[in-house]
Design a protein around this ligand. Structure first.
Ligand SMILES: Cc1cc2nc3c(=O)[nH]c(=O)nc-3n(C[C@H](O)[C@H](O)[C@H](O)COP(=O)(O)O)c2cc1C
Length: 298
């Protein structure tokens, strides 16, 4: 999308575009009637294409190219009237990491609806740099699950040697390997694996992988997290369940061959993996959470 100019036939000189532009690319100027109006100038190409000028203009006077239509929300523009906080919080509190799915394929339009919600996530400098691979082929999901579960086997083999590794581990990794429950958890997962359970994707019929170029790594990871959160909440509103799968994310990033297999281009980092499926269970309530830890500086 590229801002082209202001259509002065439509412009009513409200100057709102000046107020909202984060890059300050709209300036006050005088028109031929000596009236203050706005002028758009981006000689150095620093516009981040956030589209706030298009979104705020009451008369659709901002001309732009290379973009789809802006979203027309209709008459009611107050979001708190459309989805009151209490209702939004219900969806947020009842979203669960779903690990029990029905063996039902998810219609493509529903997956696209989830991706559509991710598309509108905020991103650093409005980069929207994320890309996706959507896997619905059972053999391919099983393949990635099998590869990701190798972690448990390797970790179990290395566990007896953990005392040698301790001096080289971070405090949190040290705490984890020395915790007796780590062995129990690994053994439990290995037993479930032997019994043929899919301990990585829980037999979900769809897996979405999100990735972005390495050079935007720092903030790209944040961007991907926000996008996936949009998707996970959207899935909930579509009657679907999701779960973020860190094990698969880690495995993909550690294997160029797997990345290639799942169509992740060279130079891209996997920043998140989620399952999507029809929940086989209905949660009755949201679980308790930690208390907020907030410092107020007033
Ligand atoms: C970055 C990240 C990685 C995660 N990785 C896994 C995973 O590999 N396997 C899994 O079963 N759950 C995974 N989870 C889900 C968390 O365990 C879950 O969010 C947490 O227990 C809270 O439960 P809730 O999402 O139902 O509120 C992950 C969550 C996040 C945010």
């Amino acid at each position: 999308m590229k801002i082209v100019a202001i259509d002065y036939e439509k412009c009513i000189d409200c100057l709102k575009c000046i107020q909202v532009c984060p890059s300050r690319l709209y300036l006050e100027t005088k028109n031929k009637n000596n009236k203050i109006t706005a002028q758009f100038a981006d000689p150095y190409g620093i516009c981040i294409r956030c589209g706030h000028c298009i979104a705020i203009c009451p008369t659709e006077a901002i001309k732009y190219s290379n973009a789809d239509q802006p979203f027309d929300i209709g008459k009611e523009k107050k979001l708190d009237k459309i989805v009151p906080y209490e209702n939004l919080l219900k969806v947020i509190r009842m979203r669960r990491s779903m690990r029990v799915y029905k063996k039902e394929a998810i219609p493509r339009d529903k997956i696209e609806a989830i991706l559509e919600a991710m598309r509108y996530a905020p991103s650093a400098s409005n980069r929207q740099n994320w890309r996706y691979t959507v896997v619905t082929n059972k053999k391919e999901i099983d393949n990635l699950s099998k590869a990701s579960s190798s972690f448990f086997r390797i970790a179990r083999k290395l566990l007896p040697l953990r005392f040698l590794a301790v001096p080289f581990l971070s405090a949190s990794a040290r705490k984890m390997v020395l915790n007796p429950s780590s062995k129990l958890q690994l053994d439990n997962n290995l037993k479930r694996l032997e019994e043929g359970e899919d301990v990585i994707f829980f037999d979900a019929p769809c897996v979405i992988i999100i990735y972005a170029r390495k050079y935007t790594k720092n903030l790209a990871a944040n961007d991907a997290g926000v996008a996936l959160t949009h998707g996970m909440l959207a899935a909930q509103a579509l009657g679907l369940g999701t779960c973020w799968i860190g094990f698969a994310q880690r495995k993909l990033n550690g294997s160029r061959g797997l990345k290639k297999h799942y169509k992740i281009p060279k130079g891209f980092d996997v920043l998140g993996v989620i399952t999507v499926g029809k929940p086989a269970m209905e949660y009755q309530r949201g679980p308790p959470r930690r208390k907020l830890r907030v410092q107020w500086i007033e």
